[in-house]
Design a protein around this ligand. Structure first.
Ligand SMILES: *Cc1c(COP(=O)(O)O)cnc(C)c1O
Length: 388
């Protein structure tokens, strides 16, 4: 299906909506039945029928159709956060005694979920550097049920070869899950490479306006039906119809926003490479990127994220640089209209944080919709604190 059909037509039945152009918000908790027989019939399969909004809701259903189509999968579920989506996808595939292989630097709360919670269920987790897919052979056991990927990682952008990993996983009957938030479904479609379940923090690019927290899981109808009748209905981390409508509205401009962020970020990353005050630039589409062969093979763009390493190891200079930026807002998250920075010196000065995951001079940039030259000038002026 063409991108424009997905974004502007799929799932939109104007005949059911008094010919309204914008999708209606079905702000209802439940649905009525005309007869006992009707109730009995519909209650048999909440996955297919409208019974209660913790299961199906017509506004959320439009979003599910569009996101599933963007990811080239059969179905999708929408959750109240990206972390809820990650948890549902992982928990749906494991029981006591099982084993998970996870890429070594997943999103912070994914790592915590695996370390602090999934392990309490008696599930063993191995964190592995999967830059080389063959590395998997060292870790797969007969208990391995899930391989969890995040490519690119959203801080240092390490990649995994999706086709190579899914092929090894399939040979061993293992389900693959990927967090695809960083690329968005526009720049990378893991299902095409054989990945089974695709999760996103919809808080980021899909909504795109820094005003909704949500997540999605995409996959085959069989996988999604399993998650629906367990983690989705039982844990109940659903999204409200209103927020689903906000995300639908955000997605109307997804290609425009992403192309703008992608082009501007690559331009700024290129300009900053070799600039005084910057030790290196980490961007998957720069020729200097160590896994550039893989990014070119499986990604058609990167989006607005990249990182810089300041040319100093002095935490004070890193702080001064970050504090001197006036056009970037300092904040967690990304994917909205506004440019952001996330300096690692914030976390690396924590008392007791003796083994930080990322170096103190690393600054993660998110390039939003502003003019790239306007943003570049701001970075250049702030670098005076690094150079002096
Ligand atoms: C933000 C983020 C999440 C978590 O999503 P929330 O919507 O904040 O719960 C998961 N993975 C990645 C890569 C993220 O950036």
């Amino acid at each position: 299906m063409e991108l424009d059909d997905i974004l502007y037509h799929l799932g939109e039945n104007h005949d059911d909506w008094y010919q309204a152009i914008a999708p209606p918000i079905y702000q209802t908790s439940n649905f009525r039945f005309k007869t006992v027989a009707d109730f009995r019939e519909k209650a048999k399969d909440e996955f297919k029928n409208h019974v209660y909004t913790r299961g199906n809701n017509p506004t959320v259903a439009i979003l599910r159709k569009k996101v599933a189509a963007l990811e080239k999968t059969e179905d999708c579920l929408v959750f109240s956060s990206g972390s809820a989506a990650v948890a549902a996808a992982i928990l749906s595939r494991v029981s006591q005694g099982d084993h998970i292989i996870c890429v070594d630097k997943p999103y912070t709360w994914t790592r915590k979920l695996l370390n602090d919670w999934v392990s309490r269920m008696g599930v063993n987790v191995t964190f592995a550097d999967l830059k080389d897919a063959q590395e998997l052979h060292k870790h797969i056991t007969d208990k391995t049920k899930v391989i969890y990927l995040e490519s690119p990682n959203s801080m240092t952008f390490e990649l995994q070869d999706l086709a190579a990993i899914s092929s090894i996983a399939k040979d061993n009957g293992i389900v693959t899950i990927i967090d695809n938030s960083s690329c968005s479904p526009l720049f990378q479609q893991p299902a095409v490479h054989g990945i089974d379940l695709i999760v996103h923090s919809a808080t980021k690019y899909l909504n795109g306006h820094s005003d909704v927290v949500a997540g999605v899981v995409c996959g085959s109808e069989e996988h999604i039906r399993t998650i629906f009748s367990h983690e989705y209905m039982m844990l109940g981390a659903i999204i409200s119809p209103y927020e689903a409508a906000m995300i639908l509205r955000g997605m109307r401009t997804l290609p425009l926003r992403l192309e703008r962020s992608d082009t501007s970020a690559l331009k700024i990353a290129t300009e900053l490479s070799g600039t005084k005050g910057i030790r290196s630039v980490i961007h998957p589409m720069l020729p200097s990127f160590p896994q550039a062969d893989i990014s070119i093979k499986q990604m058609s763009g990167t989006g607005g994220l990249f990182s810089i390493l300041l040319d100093t190891d002095d935490i004070v200079k890193c702080e001064q640089f970050a504090d001197a930026l006036t056009k970037f807002r300092m904040a967690a998250s990304w994917g909205g209209y506004e440019s952001l920075i996330m300096p690692m010196c914030v976390f690396n000065s924590y008392l007791g944080n003796t083994q930080p995951l990322y170096p103190t001079n690393l600054v993660r940039l998110y390039i939003g919709l502003e003019d790239p030259d306007y943003l570049l000038a701001d970075i250049i002026q702030a670098l005076r604190f690094v150079i002096d």
